[in-house]
Each structure stands twice: as structure tokens, then as C-alpha cells.
Design a protein around this ligand. Structure first.
Ligand code: CTP
Ligand code: MG
Length: 180
């Protein structure tokens, strides 16, 4: 596969993992998942991880993956060469992405970082680790066939770039209170 093909596959398969974070920013708020609980004097997760953001974000990712499957079938042509999402991946990609983000907040609180503090590296790759780990368990054959070494390397390079640029955009649009 050429570089354009690899980029297309990497972006396509990760879209249902990318969108939940952005959707959570838009719909988040209300009761936090940790219910305000603390551990060793610090919040378990913090006010930035809410039920509404998590459920809404996962729902957005599931709807998107189903839409991509439908578009791929309807349009055909070049899109037919892109991977279809099996049901297990439809659910696991967005769920794993937000679980990775939640795990990152847990680690941030344990290391004394307040809500909204940056943790370079973790902030950009938590969703990749979370979504790929959960999807590898839910749909191992699909993950092995889809995330070939070139696709995996592309995902690891492209995700931080997209993360930084979309968060900067969300900050400029006043949707997010920090630019990371
Ligand atoms: N959000 C949410 N639920 C989630 C993830 C995100 O409601 N599971 C919403 C929150 O409103 C959050 C915003 O999206 O403030 C931005 O997400 P993020 O940057 O991950 O959270 P932070 O507020 O920066 O908190 P943390 O330091 O824990 O990452
Ligand atoms: Mg943040």
C-alpha cells in the first residue's frame, strides 16, 4: 500500500476513536463519574470526567462507525478498499478511547496534576492505547489485519498532531478552557 493508502486507512479506522473526545467536550457537564470522591486527598478522576460526556462521547463514536460502514457500502469505489467495522470494533473503539482518557485523568490526579493540567505524551496517546487495547480484546483478528506496522506507526504519528490541532481549535472557539 502507498503512503496515501496507509494514511487513509489510519485516519478512517481511528475516526470512531477520535470523535468521542471531541463529542465529550461538546456534551460534557453534570455529575462527575467519581461523584466527587477523593483518594489520598486528591480527586479520583476530577470534574472533567462526567457521565454525560462519557455516554454521549461513546454514542457519537458508535453512530459514526455505523455511518462509516454505511457510507463505505453505499459509495463503494475507493472506499470499498477501506476496512469495514465489525460490531465489536464499533463499540470497542469509542469505549476504549474514553476509558484511556479516564485512565489518564486518574494518573494525572495521582501525580498531583489538577483538572485541566497538561501531561504531554499521555494527553495525546491515551486514546490510542485505550482504543487499541480494548479493540484488540474485542476483535483480535480485525485488529491484527487492520493495524499493520505501517498503519500503527502512522496512527502514533498522526494522532498527536490531530490532538494538538483540534484542541487548539476548540480553545479558540471557547469550547475548551485550555488549549491541550
Ligand atoms: N469530558 C467529559 N467526560 C469525559 C471526557 C471529557 O465530560 N469522559 C468533557 C469535560 O467537560 C472536560 C472536557 O470534556 O472538561 C475536556 O476534556 P479533557 O481535556 O479530557 O478534561 P479536563 O477538563 O482537561 O480534565 P483532565 O485534567 O482530567 O483531563
Ligand atoms: Mg484536558
Amino acid at each position: 500500500m502507498d503512503i496515501v493508502g496507509v494514511l487513509a486507512v489510519a485516519f478512517w479506522v481511528m475516526l470512531p476513536a477520535y470523535v468521542p473526545n471531541n463529542a465529550a467536550v461538546l456534551v460534557g457537564g453534570g455529575p462527575p463519574i467519581d461523584g466527587g470522591r477523593t483518594w489520598h486527598g486528591r480527586r479520583l478522576l476530577g470534574d472533567g470526567k462526567t457521565w454525560r460526556g462519557t455516554v454521549g462521547g461513546i454514542a457519537a463514536g458508535v453512530v459514526l462507525a455505523l455511518a462509516l460502514n454505511a457510507i463505505r457500502t453505499a459509495v463503494g469505489g475507493p472506499l470499498a478498499g477501506l476496512p469495514a467495522f465489525p460490531a465489536a470494533a464499533v463499540v470497542a473503539l469509542p469505549t476504549g478511547a474514553l476509558l484511556g482518557d479516564i485512565a489518564a485523568s486518574f494518573l494525572k490526579r495521582r501525580t498531583g496534576r489538577e483538572r485541566g493540567a497538561a501531561f504531554p505524551g499521555l494527553d495525546q496517546l491515551d486514546l490510542v492505547v485505550g482504543s487499541l487495547a480494548l479493540t484488540a480484546v474485542a476483535a483480535p483478528g480485525w485488529v491484527l489485519a487492520t493495524f499493520t506496522p505501517p498503519v500503527l506507526v502512522t496512527v502514533l504519528v498522526v494522532t498527536p498532531v490531530l490532538h494538538v490541532s483540534t484542541n487548539l481549535l476548540a480553545y479558540k472557539l471557547s469550547l475548551k478552557s485550555e488549549p491541550w
